[in-house]
Design a protein around this ligand. Structure first.
Ligand SMILES: CC(C)(COP(=O)(O)OP(=O)(O)OC[C@H]1O[C@@H](n2cnc3c(N)ncnc32)[C@H](O)[C@@H]1OP(=O)(O)O)[C@@H](O)C(=O)NCCC(=O)NCCS
Length: 456
């Protein structure tokens, strides 16, 4: 353990933080079929097994669409067409499942479910493929009898909870049964949504084979944060809804199927957040460790649709002291920030503000009142893992607002290395003489800090 680095220690902290926060809570994993065919699938299942072993309640809902296509093709059975309009959560046509095709659909569904079983067995986790879905037929739509095509009528939550409490992983194939035992083909998206809702899941993961390139032809509102590969970082349900509406119509020159599949996941995510799931994560299951990366890093690798407060700027509490010292210590050691000990920070606690992301402090800053309607912005620091995300700008913006509310007319900063940054925020170089008298008296000339000020 001698050569463990600080970033590794940070990661260990992050893991413990999440572990204590989510232990014992339910996470539902809807996994699209193409992911199960990827070379990285065994590693993905291993990660899910690990989560179950460490105390999370894991539910798996495998997607089967492409496998049903393959099985029907293999047996030279014609798809009996599709109907549209009755699916709650997507605009995808619903496959009509007849008495002739239902046994092939069951075969395809259970094949995929048993693939999960195989790899979970490899990780020595108890799993069960179960009949947890009561279904009802869609009936006759537009004059067409949809026979064995069904919708979720009820999830047997008690049975699922019993299984989960035993530490087992339930796997829910896309089949539901009527009270008399008639099988129906039910959309796995619908099952994932219903299960997440009845179990009060803290998270729904939609694991798919998409890498962000799909967004190239989509209408993406300017306000949405994107990664270099084009994938969206996070959206509120309102933003998700606007994004869905902006992309509901096919566009010329695009691959319509890709758009539909992409938007289908957003619809599921949006419906799940409306149903009370605070965090829905859409991740590329082909990327090694993507679920763990999404879970154990505040910034994640996928797209998150979130309903609870994700980040906020607020005043410093005493319990935050170790966290802000962790942020400031390396900068104090390098002489970028002047040294403050815990007592000094505690004494000026009311001056400090912190920016918290998902329960962890990632940036801090202080506003000290020096009279003469002037305030000093000091101790601004951003966690090195979180720089260039606008956190520094937000914390300074917050401190400026605080100064305005306190009727200050000018804020200033003494800086040795960040003058360009403060200039980019509108600050301009000023003379030491322009500082309020109280500050001039303690100004340390040997540090040769430059004064930058902003009239507010
Ligand atoms: C300065 C600091 C607070 C910026 O934090 P941040 O959260 O990365 O800032 P933002 O994301 O709001 O802004 C990042 C932008 O500023 C630029 N920037 C960051 N530090 C800079 C510096 N010292 N000089 C000039 N530009 C800088 C980045 O390149 C980035 O530019 P871009 O938007 O064009 O990509 C952070 O780098 C830090 O903690 N520095 C050490 C402590 C310090 O100097 N504090 C100020 C004295 S009180």
């Amino acid at each position: 353990m001698d050569n463990i680095s600080w970033s590794q220690v940070d990661l260990i902290r992050e893991v413990f933080h999440y572990q204590s926060r989510f232990e014992g809570s339910t996470m539902v994993f809807k996994i699209d079929y193409p992911v199960t065919e990827d070379a990285g699938f065994p590693a993905l299942v291993k990660d899910l097994a690990l989560l179950a072993k460490t105390g999370f309640k894991v539910v798996i809902v495998p997607g089967v669409r492409e496998n049903i296509d393959a099985v029907l093709k293999q047996h030279e059975i014609d798809t009996n067409g599709y109907v549209t309009g009755d699916s709650l959560i997507n605009d995808m046509p619903v496959r009509i499942t007849t008495s002739q095709t239902i046994s092939y659909v069951e075969m395809a569904a259970f094949n995929v479910a048993s693939k999960f079983m195989t790899f979970l067995s490899g990780s020595r986790v108890d799993a069960i493929i179960g009949n947890f879905v009561r279904a009802r037929g869609l009936g006759v739509i537009n004059g067409i009898d949809t026979e064995h095509t069904g919708a979720v009528d009820k999830i047997y939550a008690d049975s699922l909870t019993r299984v989960l409490n035993l530490g087992m992983i339930p796997i829910l194939p896309c089949i539901g049964w009527s009270p008399s035992g008639k099988p129906y083909n039910v959309s796995s998206d619908e099952i994932a949504l219903a299960v997440s809702e009845v179990l009060g899941a803290v998270k729904l993961f939609i694991i798919c084979a998409q890498d962000g390139q799909e967004t190239k032809t989509l209408n993406i509102p300017e306000t949405l944060e994107k990664r270099a590969n084009g994938s969206l970082v996070r959206l509120t349900p309102q933003q998700a809804q606007a994004f869905i509406s902006a992309n509901s119509e096919p566009k010329q020159g695009e691959d319509e199927e890709i758009r539909r599949q992409y938007m289908r996941r957003f619809r599921l995510a949006f419906e799940a957040s409306k149903a009370g799931v605070h965090r829905v994560h859409i991740v590329d299951g082909r990327e090694g460790g993507s679920v763990l990366k999404e879970l154990y890093s505040n910034l994640g690798v996928g797209t998150m649709i979130y309903t609870d407060e994700y980040d906020s700027v607020r005043g410093l509490h005493s319990r935050d002291l170790p966290d802000i010292l962790r942020l400031m210590e390396p900068l104090m050691q390098r002489g970028v920030l002047i040294r403050r000990n815990p007592e000094q920070i505690q004494e000026k606690k009311g001056d400090f503000s912190v920016l918290e992301i998902d329960g962890s402090i990632r940036a801090c800053g202080a506003l000290h009142d020096f009279g003469e309607a002037q305030g000093e912005i000091a101790a601004v620091a951003t966690d090195p893992m979180y720089t260039d995300l606008g956190l520094g700008r937000r914390i300074v913006g917050y401190l400026i607002e605080k100064a305005r509310k306190s009727k200050m007319r000018r804020v200033f900063v003494l800086t040795t290395q960040s003058q360009d940054w403060f200039e980019s925020l509108g600050f301009r170089e000023a003379s030491v003489d322009s500082l309020p008298e109280q500050k001039r008296k303690v100004y340390d000339r040997s540090r040769k800090s430059k004064v930058f000020a902003l009239d507010i």
